[in-house]
Ligand binder design. Structure first.
Ligand code: XIL
Length: 393
């Protein structure tokens, strides 16, 4: 659970839990929305491209590692995982990270409410530990996220703050400056703004929009580029891989930034996706983004399997292979759609299935199986499909 801080009061904890519940209900609703947008295709009819004959005979039973290969060695760009501070001391969580990954994001430890829970009170300890773990293991760190454009995940003190555009600009500037300067030279890229647009390409209603108007978004980028000129700056969002109005709007915002001389380096595609999604369509969205000279980051990837399933279900071999195929298709879409110099990397949202935020609140962790590793950290077909794309197989 992301919101645990021994020093917080019960009152704050209750508020934090409410926030967490809000966030999880939001993301649940988001993923069903993504399912609505995705083209119909039945998982069971999906052909597999990874076959049992490809198995490494020396591999641990039920594990799909490839002998002599790891994710981080198989790709020319960083392969990331989102971590939660509390799990870094767990095994084989930590050793899997060290062996396979070359970049870390954090599920929540870099978010506004975690870093500045009270006005002017910055709590960096957990995020610092993640950075230290990354440095000890030669990994980059991607900062997620400076401004999350949702009131439900914005600290109460910000929501209740008095004042207008001027005061809120000062709050934004102070947060972005303090956080980015703290991590300067240690965090190489940032999601400056997260989930700022609606699927229809409008601005999501939130406190920054109400106080500062639509200009808040590029203001955040301006402050970020001033605070750390060497960090790469991203707008991060979901479902723009479908190539609809949301993607078009981000590309227009990138043009606007360029015209105004504000640095806007790239787009983060969260890619919380499902089996039925068409990888060709995703590739076209990457091509359009890269055509603007923007970096492309797959920033929160997972492939959920739970469409039309009961609350809990088993991971069958055919479902697992279909997931491997989908991971492989999407990773290939990235490699083929994004020129090398714009490939910022691919990050999965967790390590083993039991870590997935989709499984939060489900004791047996069999509500979904979205990630590359099983709940006991064995490589799944998902891993095999993913790494085979890196190896050109
Ligand atoms: C999620 C975390 O995984 C959860 O642990 C937390 O409770 C809520 O946020 N899109 C995002 C991420 O940009 O920040 C969300 O992370 C998942 C959806």
């Amino acid at each position: 659970m992301a919101f645990t801080n021994p020093t917080t009061t019960n009152k704050f904890k209750a508020a934090a839990i409410a926030l967490a519940l809000f966030a999880s209900s939001f993301t649940a609703c988001k993923s069903s929305m993504e399912e609505d947008l995705a083209p119909e295709q039945s998982a069971d009819q999906t052909e597999t491209v990874v076959s049992a004959n490809d198995l490494d005979p020396t591999s641990e039973k039920g594990s799909y590692h490839l002998k002599g290969h790891t994710l981080k060695k198989a790709f020319s760009f960083p392969i990331g995982a989102a971590v939660v501070y509390e799990r870094l001391k767990n095994e084989p969580y930590a050793s899997t990270l060290k062996k396979e990954f070359s970049r870390l994001s954090s599920e929540s430890n870099f978010k506004f409410h975690m870093l500045q829970p009270k006005e002017g009170v910055f709590t960096f300890a957990k995020a610092d530990s993640i950075v230290a773990f990354a440095q000890q293991n030669n990994m980059q760190v991607h900062g997620h996220t400076l401004i999350w454009a949702l009131d439900g995940v914005t600290p109460k003190w910000v929501l209740e703050h008095k004042g207008g555009a001027k005061e809120f600009e000062a709050i934004m500037k102070n947060h972005i400056y303090t956080v980015m300067k703290h991590f300067k030279g240690k965090v190489t890229s940032w999601d400056v703004v997260n989930e700022a647009l609606t699927p229809g390409g409008g601005y999501v209603d939130n406190i920054w929009l109400r106080k500062m108007g639509e200009g808040y978004l590029l203001k955040a980028f301006q402050f970020a580029s001033e605070a750390d000129p060497s960090a790469k700056l991203f707008a991060n969002d979901y479902s723009q891989e479908y190539g609809g109005k949301k993607l078009s709007k981000y590309l227009r915002i990138a043009d606007e930034a360029k015209a105004k001389g504000i640095r806007f380096d790239g787009l983060g595609f969260q890619m919380h996706t499902v089996l039925r999604v068409d990888a060709n369509m995703i590739q076209q969205s990457f091509v359009r983004t890269a055509a603007k000279g923007l970096l492309v980051h797959i920033s929160e990837m997972d492939v959920a399997l739970r469409y039309q399933k009961p609350k809990t279900f088993d991971l069958t071999d055919s479902l697992s292979r279909a997931q491997g195929k989908k991971y492989k298709e999407i990773v290939y879409a990235y490699i083929n759609g994004v020129p090398k110099h714009l490939q910022w990397g691919i990050t999965t949202w967790g390590v083993g299935d039991k870590d997935s935020y989709f499984n939060r609140g489900y004791a047996e962790s069999n509500h979904d199986y979205p990630l590359l590793f099983s709940k006991d950290y064995k490589a799944k077909w998902a891993y095999r499909g993913f790494i085979e794309a890196g190896l050109g197989r």
